[in-house]
Design a protein around this ligand. Structure first.
Ligand SMILES: O=P(O)(O)OC[C@H]1O[C@H](O)[C@H](O)[C@@H](O)[C@@H]1O
Length: 546
């Protein structure tokens, strides 16, 4: 048994769960008209309503006790101060320094990282200004009209999500595209509409060694050189790199003047705040990029200073633990009623699942409780017409987060009111459900005796959700929301006593793919794997047209 599941605070929560498992949120709302006020918090323009959860006045204090038992407070301060909390890779975890708008010093190995961060921000500002104003010219003296970010995982998902989310702030004369997949269809279909004269490639790879990023970058370079009659000097005007690895960037043929640095203490999935966000800054401008940083900074300050009972990311994290570890909920749905947030779940799948999909603890021991939640989701209202059935009436408990903006950037007011009505109605329906009596009242008399129909129309309700309502999806608001989720992941990692900042689990498959790749081009019948893998390799070789 681990020290977590034998802790007093954990056992108290198990006991509390037994008492509360049949607790009805619907009744709680009927009995307490102040429940919304009790269980909602604000940060700037963001309202966080967590009143539709299966909690009573005892739950949060017990969860907070668990946080204290796990030394959450000390660990938060350790992260912010630059301690090497990524113990397997001996690295600090300092995405918060990237958005440290106070500029107070943050030390790693005795050195303040802030001057380096500020230098890169200044370089990004001057570069973005030149590209966006048209001062930066391509090899035929034309302004850049298209930016192609080549990168995968953290070097794509964050920037892609933010670019889409902040599209209303973008420059109409500069399109930004994201190519990540090794599947040639991704690169080829993107390049089809582009001209080498007006395209800028941003090669984003922290390591500059990730196969997908490098193969796509090389193919993009070939596409470019073929069209410019192999004029290598033209590369300097059309390729820039973001990486920690200067040597590999130079080897690729990109001048270090065109390189934007990041550091090993920025985790890939936490890197959109660094130079990896260059494509965002090109898209929306450096001022808006810095507003995004400001929003995240505000959330960071909230996270490190607010008592746990009033701390939005701490509460998000603790509620996740409540459902994951006590109710046995396996997954968590993210449901933004905001088209701009359509890549939010994709982004947080990496953020959360790569961070907390772990089964050994910080001491290397196998653990005996559930960790990382399965994150999934889809923008509202599309999801309503696809999978909400299962959330409402299936057998699984799926806690959900709903998001919506009070103000849209567009003019079709009726659309926005319908969207927001649904954002409000779904959590209400999940909480209330529909009783047999209500079903009977609604049915015409001749159908009331149809017990199968009646049973099918009953909703158990009591399904938990959080709602985030914000004034408008500004860069600041988005920055705060993203930082909330990053810190939620951190809180859960601390409680589970796991290292949320390495990702060893992604390696094995990559290594095996490197073994298989040469086997695909050999003429031999492959026998070196299990019979399923051999069978598939040999079938592929037969099916492939030569
Ligand atoms: O930025 P890169 O070094 O190219 O890494 C890109 C991605 O690759 C890896 O597979 C990791 O799992 C991710 O965390 C990372 O974001």
């Amino acid at each position: 048994m681990s020290s977590l599941t034998t802790a007093k605070a954990w056992i108290a929560l198990q006991e509390h769960y037994r008492q509360i498992q049949n607790y009805s949120m619907r009744e709680a709302f009927e009995q307490d008209p102040d429940r919304f006020n009790k269980y909602s918090l604000h940060l700037n323009d963001i309202l966080f309503d967590y009143s539709k959860n299966r909690i009573n006045e005892k739950t949060l204090p017990l969860l907070v006790e668990l946080g204290k038992h796990c030394q959450l407070e000390t660990k938060i301060q350790a992260m912010f101060s630059g301690a090497k909390i990524n113990t397997t890779e001996h690295r600090a975890v300092l995405h918060t320094a990237l958005r440290n708008r106070s500029n107070r010093p943050v030390f790693v190995d005795g050195q303040d990282v802030m001057p380096g961060i500020n230098k890169v921000l200044a370089k990004m500002r001057s570069f973005c200004q030149r590209v966006r104003s048209g001062e930066w010219k391509g090899y035929t003296d034309k302004a850049i009209t298209d930016v192609v970010n080549i990168g995968i995982g953290g070097s794509s998902l964050g920037p892609k999500m933010v670019s889409a989310a902040l599209a209303p702030y973008s420059l109409p004369t500069l399109n930004v595209h994201y190519v990540s997949n090794i599947d040639e269809a991704d690169l080829v279909s993107t390049l089809k509409a582009l001209s080498p004269e007006t395209t800028l490639f941003v090669i984003a790879s922290k390591s500059f060694g990730t196969q997908e990023a490098m193969v796509n970058a090389k193919s993009a370079r070939k596409w470019f050189l073929d069209l410019v009659n192999n004029d290598r000097l033209a590369i300097a005007k059309h390729f820039v790199a973001i990486s920690t690895n200067t040597e590999l960037v130079q080897e690729f043929g990109i001048d270090t003047d065109n390189m934007f640095e990041l550091w090993d203490w920025v985790g890939g999935r936490y890197s959109l705040w660094s130079a990896v966000g260059l494509s965002i800054a090109l898209h929306v401008g450096m001022d808006h990029f810095e507003e995004l940083l400001q929003g995240a900074y505000d959330a960071d300050e909230h996270f490190r200073s607010q008592p746990f009972e009033q701390n939005i990311p701490v509460i998000m994290g603790l509620l996740g633990i409540w459902y994951n570890n006590f109710f046995g909920a396996q997954s968590y749905a993210l449901l933004p009623y905001d088209y701009s947030m359509r890549y939010f779940a994709d982004y947080l799948q990496q953020g959360d699942m790569e961070s907390n999909g772990k089964s050994v603890d910080m001491e290397g021991e196998k653990i005996d409780y559930d960790t990382g939640q399965i994150i999934w989701g889809q923008q509202g209202t599309n999801g309503q017409h696809a999978f909400y059935q299962l959330i409402h009436q299936g057998t699984k408990l799926i806690p959900c987060d709903f998001h919506a903006a009070a103000n849209s950037f567009y003019d079709l007011r009726e659309h926005h009111e319908i969207l927001v009505s649904n954002f409000l109605a779904q959590p209400e329906a999940l909480m209330r459900g529909k009783t047999v009596e209500e079903v009977l009242r609604e049915l015409p008399p001749e159908q009331r005796t149809d017990s199968v129909l009646v049973a099918a129309k009953v909703f158990d309700g009591n399904k938990p959700s959080n709602s985030f309502l914000y004034k408008q999806l500004t860069p600041e608001t988005l920055g705060s929301l993203l930082a909330f989720y990053e810190h939620k992941i951190f809180v859960q990692g601390v409680i589970w006593n796991i290292n949320s900042f390495d990702q060893m689990g992604v390696e094995l498959g990559k290594v095996l793919a490197k073994v298989i790749q040469p086997e695909l081009s050999s003429n031999e019948v492959i026998k070196s794997h299990d019979c399923s893998t051999n069978g598939l390799i040999n079938a592929y070789k037969k099916l492939r047209q030569t």
